[in-house]
Design a binder for this molecule. Structure first.
Ligand code: AMP
Length: 329
């Protein structure tokens, strides 16, 4: 099933202990689209300025991404983000965020983008996420990502957007911040209680009248991997153990691209925990490639064969046999 994504399309300036780039292709929607393009056709919605280059659009086209709903705003400037990482790459400081053409942007999705049955609301202002959600009322699976900035400055709008989706993908610290709960599992359970299984949705009903709200929560944990919480259970995978990480920028969006892309490619199956676990493995594998080089550099030349081999390795390193030990009483 094709996927529509809205989110930042950006130029990033990034400094890590291993080098820096002053102006590279980035943005949550871009990282997501490149990763998801390994599974399904992806349609990107969002604005760019006059300064956005044809070669950057070509990076997406080369992976078969449909960029016809990328709107060029004349006289506008492309979203810009500057960040710097600490020596162990675990801490990141945002030094500058310029919304540029996203300020006042009114999304108008083409009929083609509205038809997608899978929708990803990548990180951007929550109001924009909600507007795009309203324009794709019949989507069968909708996932959303966000960040601390929007929890800080647009919490109510974010809660409204979350109430309209099936799956929430956030960093573990952001899940804690959003719920005010210090424990990750109880934070995830709190959000599940807002959804269809919980019955205490704090905001509105879904635009199609059906009760929505997340029934799948993914907590991204950086170099430690990601955890999945659903009403049925819990699952966690470590990150693929790389010896060299160059630039973590976009790892979360690339994970989401692999995760949602895998689900979109398997919509003929029920959305079981078993399917979600396989999706987690594919998201984890894709994210591990993303961090091997700056920005989109590695994913641009990634092959399906490499992804398959890494998923296989992940499976091997996370298995253990079930023989119970004799325990002393
Ligand atoms: P990640 O490393 O997965 O958290 O995502 C990094 C990407 O998010 C970068 O390519 C940025 O362009 C983009 N980004 C940073 N801040 C924001 C923001 N406030 N809203 C939307 N996208 C952002």
């Amino acid at each position: 099933m094709p996927i529509t994504v809205v989110g930042s399309i950006a130029y990033d300036a990034v400094k890590t202990p291993f080098g820096e780039r002053e102006r590279m292709l980035g943005g949550a929607a871009v990282h997501f689209a490149l990763a998801a393009s390994f599974f399904e056709e992806v349609r990107v919605v969002g604005p760019v300025g006059d300064d956005f280059g044809e070669p950057e659009l070509e990076v997406m086209r080369a992976r078969g991404v449909d960029v016809s709903d990328v709107e060029r705003v004349s006289g506008g400037k492309t979203f810009f983000w500057r960040g710097e990482y600490g020596w162990d790459l675990n801490s990141r400081e945002t030094l500058d965020t310029q919304l540029g053409v996203f300020e006042g942007f009114q999304p108008k999705l083409s009929a083609h983008s509205r038809e997608s049955e899978v929708l990803f609301l990548a990180n951007i202002q929550p109001d924009l996420q909600s507007e795009v959600r309203r324009q794709v009322p019949d989507a069968r699976f909708v996932a959303l990502d966000s960040m601390n900035l929007w929890i800080d400055i647009a919490r109510d709008q974010l809660l409204e957007a979350i109430a309209s989706v099936d799956c929430l993908i956030l960093n573990d610290a952001e899940l804690r911040q959003l719920t005010g709960k210090p424990n990750l599992v109880s934070a995830a359970r709190e959000i599940l209680s807002w959804g269809p299984a919980g019955g205490s949705n704090p905001t509105e009903e879904g635009s199609d009248g059906a009760r929505r709200g997340p029934s799948v929560i993914v907590a991204k944990q950086g170099e430690y991997g990601a955890a999945l919480v659903t009403p049925e259970g819990f699952f966690a995978l470590p990150a693929y153990p790389l010896e060299t990480v160059i630039d973590p920028t976009g790892a979360g969006d690339t994970f989401a691209g692999g995760f949602v892309g895998y689900i979109a490619a398997h919509t003929h199956e029920p959305l079981s925990d078993e399917l979600l676990r396989r999706a987690m493995a594919h998201g984890t594998a894709l994210a591990s490639f993303n961090v091997e080089q700056f920005g989109t550099e590695r994913i641009e030349r990634l092959t399906g064969q490499e992804i398959g081999a890494r998923v296989q390795e992940l499976q091997e390193i996370t298995q253990f046999s079930g023989a119970p030990a004799k325990l002393r009483v």
